[in-house]
Design a protein around this ligand. Structure first.
Ligand SMILES: C[S@@+](CC[C@H](N)C(=O)[O-])C[C@H]1O[C@@H](n2cnc3c(N)ncnc32)[C@H](O)[C@@H]1O
Length: 244
């Protein structure tokens, strides 16, 4: 990833917000357009309000927050909420979020986790024996991962889902986007002849739907709703609840 300190990056202003430099914006090419980027940020906040009950009283964990797109949307739609924590493994993203979002909205906090990922953090620590997030049991109402499991291997996905079971409140909800298909191997990295020409480590990690639902169930979750291929690059949206 681009080192933010080395580049002369332009952070465009959009109304009262700074937007991330185009070089730092993850997801598809459409996010290069400022209006698209900003509208998408708002739409994510509205999605969480309408589908997962996000309100001013909610506590939200944004795993793989990138350059804080969801945080920007929540600030615009709600102002303050009870708690927002953005977590990422990429130092340049967290640095940008702290400098351009948290500096103006200190209640929005961004946390760097030094975890290995072949695409985003090759020098990070491997989570072979699990992930212990530094959050209390039942601390969050909503966990959100947009285009994150789509770049993560099965073992890490399973570690995360297990940990979500601990840090979510009893009625907690999860929204994720992922490449999910029926009747494919449990996990395929950069599948050929599938949607785009994938290049580079973990550009696309695709999962089998039955495997994914079994994995959720074995960690105490149920898939409430599945929106097939409606998200960036043809990812699907998964609306998930913690059981009891
Ligand atoms: C395609 S970007 C999406 C960013 C953001 N969610 C958005 O929608 O704008 C994927 C993000 O996942 C992060 N990521 C990858 N592996 C991760 C891990 N194991 N834990 C937390 N974040 C991770 C990357 O650093 C990157 O910021």
């Amino acid at each position: 990833m681009t080192a933010i300190s080395k580049a002369r990056l332009v952070c465009p202003k959009y109304g009262r917000f700074y937007l991330p430099p185009k070089e730092l914006r993850p997801c598809g090419d459409e996010f290069q357009d400022d209006k698209f980027y900003f509208d998408s940020a708002r739409n994510e906040a509205i999605r969480l309000r309408e589908r997962l009950g996000l309100s001013e009283k909610s506590s939200v964990l944004d795993v793989g927050c990138g350059v804080g797109r969801l945080a920007t949307g929540i600030i615009d739609v709600f102002g303050e909420i009870h708690k927002y924590r953005g977590l990422d493994i990429c130092p340049c993203y967290i640095k940008w979020c702290r400098q351009f979002i948290a500096s103006e909205h200190p209640e929005y906090q961004f946390i760097l986790l030094d975890m290995y990922n072949e695409r985003y953090n090759k020098t990070g620590v491997r989570a072979d024996s699990g992930i212990n997030l530094s959050f209390s049991d039942g601390e969050f109402d909503i966990v959100y991962l947009y285009s994150v499991f789509s770049h993560m291997v099965k073992e890490d996905v399973e570690h995360y889902v297990k940990e979500f079971g601990r840090i979510l409140a009893p009625e907690g909800k999860v929204f994720i986007t992922a490449f999910i298909e029926e009747g494919v191997p449990e996990m395929t990295i950069n599948p050929e002849n599938y949607r785009l020409n994938w290049n580079g480590a973990l550009h696309c990690v695709r999962y089998d739907k039955s495997y994914f639902e079994r994995m959720l169930a074995s960690n105490g979750f149920i898939l409430d709703h599945f929106d097939y291929e409606k998200e960036t690059d043809g990812q699907s949206g998964l609306y998930i609840s913690k059981i009891g």
